[in-house]
Ligand binder design. Structure first.
Ligand SMILES: *[C@@H]1O[C@H](CO)[C@@H](O)[C@H](O)[C@H]1NC(C)=O
Ligand SMILES: *[C@@H]1O[C@H](CO)[C@@H](O)[C@H](O)[C@H]1NC(C)=O
Ligand SMILES: *[C@@H]1O[C@H](CO)[C@@H](O)[C@H](O)[C@H]1NC(C)=O
Length: 483
């Protein structure tokens, strides 16, 4: 009898001990300031700096034996920018509160964890942090100096690599440029041509004017189905990205982050996002200066935050949205159209946004996993193909056409993502036969975009909403008349 009671009691006691120990097992010891590698900066989703993921200058993958590059076509994302309006309005106050609270947790309340405290250097960084008052609503989303350099240096490397295509000077007939109607893509275009032709000569460059709507570079803007799908994913509690917020992977990461910062409660997703947001922006603006709020996260926690954003993008701009692979129809068709003939222009370069890059990747069938990303498979998808960190600031997809001496298939294409060849299973080591390219992307070639784009509802969808608008305004007028 005694034994029978004692056993469960001891078991319960043991349980309690284990639980206390596991509660204390928070947190992992980590010091951002003293970490010279900072591998997590490569996992900052679409706020990753280009410099931290790009191939080294010594890379030679663009050189193909017995082949000569003859055409260059690229779709670029703008370089590093300032935060968008919503963030500029919210972050200064929210981050100041968090900064004060963390320092108070450590030095006044003394609610710091027993293990894995923040190191002194990180706390000192955090103490010295303040919002740059020059970043105001007026400058939301503008390209930064780091963003300008990112794009300019990419242009310089590209010109050096493909000197046979680019030649020494600007010739209007050889080049074709275009950007979306935003400051950051226009400035990125200017940085690119400055990189190619120098400050003076680049002023002569005439881009094709931006249009609005812009089906070539912003195909998602006037596709109702895309917008509805995106809104549904954001709203739906059972959308994969929202579901992920309720998984143990995510909630325990939040709990660990909170405890390590000395909180006795769980920080909200908004608070985590604000800290991760400023961390990523500042790290992209100043590559070699550790950004204070990055110290709030360990490498593993960054991977969890990255996965959440990957899920959001995957279900709106990639394979998780069934119509994504055809939405970039116009730009994919443009690419094939420019690569095909022998004539000019020989260089085409466009400047757009992260969604355009992701949609073109989906159109190409690149970076596709055999298992879809889901809320519940974070652990097994660790080495996945798809990640939004492949679309950093200044990211680019380039298609380069080569003329080779091989008699059967003399024309080849390599697709590059951020200067690395994209591996497609129908090309050997990323070097694709032009005849295979044409076959694979047949659907984009024959003026099919009216049917394919926005699965054919794009054009009629607009007509419907225009008709609706007419109807509404007619009704409004009749109301006014009746009154
Ligand atoms: C804000 O801009 C002014 C004027 O350009 C400059 O002198 C100052 O250093 C800037 N402040 C910060 C924190 O960057
Ligand atoms: C914070 O969230 C974790 C995971 O859901 C939970 O175990 C923990 O009890 C929460 N902490 C507080 C103080 O609510
Ligand atoms: C490309 O074409 C050549 C010549 O027909 C052929 O030998 C080769 O297997 C093709 N490459 C691929 C990856 O199919």
């Amino acid at each position: 009898m005694i034994l029978r009671i004692a056993f469960p009691t001891i078991a319960a006691l043991l349980c309690l001990v284990i639980r206390t120990v596991s509660a204390q097992s928070c947190c992992e010891s980590y010091c951002y300031n003293n970490d010279l590698e900072r591998k997590q900066v490569q996992h900052f989703a679409t706020k990753t700096a280009y410099e931290v993921i790009r191939v080294p200058d010594t890379d030679k993958q663009h050189i193909v034996p017995n082949c000569r590059p003859v055409k260059f076509w690229a779709l670029n994302r703008h370089g590093t920018r300032l935060p968008s309006k919503g963030d500029v309005l919210n972050w200064p106050k929210q981050l100041k509160l968090l900064q004060d609270a963390i320092l108070e947790n450590y030095f006044t309340r003394r609610t710091l964890p027993d293990n894995g405290r923040m190191c002194e250097e990180d706390l000192e960084l955090l103490r010295r942090w303040s919002w740059n008052p020059n970043i105001t609503e007026q400058y939301e989303s503008v390209l930064t100096t780091a963003g300008w350099d990112e794009v300019k240096y990419f242009a310089q490397r590209t010109k050096e690599r493909y000197w046979e295509i680019f030649g020494p000077t600007y010739e209007p007939s050889k080049y074709h440029f275009r950007y979306t109607k935003t400051q950051r893509t226009e400035a990125s275009f200017k940085a690119f041509v400055e990189g190619l032709f120098g400050t003076e000569e680049s002023k002569r460059v005439q881009p094709e004017p931006a249009t609005s709507p812009d089906r070539l570079l912003r195909p998602y803007d006037d596709c109702e189905d895309y917008q509805n799908n995106k809104a549904r994913e954001e709203r739906d509690e059972n959308g994969e990205a929202n579901k992920f917020l309720r998984t143990p992977v995510y909630t325990s990461a939040v709990w660990d982050i909170s405890q390590r910062l000395g909180f006795r409660h769980n920080l909200s997703s908004e608070q985590i996002d604000a800290m991760w947001g400023i961390c990523r922006f500042e790290q992209a603006w100043f590559l070699s200066r550790p950004s204070p709020f990055c110290a709030a996260f360990t490498e593993e926690q960054v991977r969890v935050l990255e996965y959440r954003e990957d899920l959001e993008y995957y279900y709106s701009n990639s394979y998780g949205y069934e119509h994504a692979p055809n939405l970039a129809c116009h730009v994919a068709a443009d690419m094939l159209k420019h690569l095909e003939p022998v004539g000019e222009p020989t260089v085409v370069s466009y400047f757009a946004h992260d969604a355009a890059i992701q949609l073109l990747l989906a159109a190409l069938g690149a970076k596709r996993d055999s298992v879809p990303l889901r809320a519940d498979n974070y652990a097994t998808m660790r080495n996945r193909q798809y990640t939004s960190s492949d679309v950093p600031f200044g990211s680019n997809i380039a298609a380069v056409k080569y003329q080779c001496t091989e008699p059967q298939e003399p024309v080849k294409v390599i697709f590059f993502l951020n200067e690395k060849p994209i591996m497609l299973d129908w090309c050997r080591v990323g070097l694709c036969n032009w005849s295979d390219v044409k076959r694979q992307y047949q659907r984009f070639r024959e003026g099919n975009c009216d049917q394919l784009y926005c699965h054919g509802s794009g054009a009629s969808g607009m007509r419907v909403s225009f008709a609706l608008l007419l109807l509404i305004s007619v009704q409004a007028v009749s109301w006014i008349l009746r009154l």
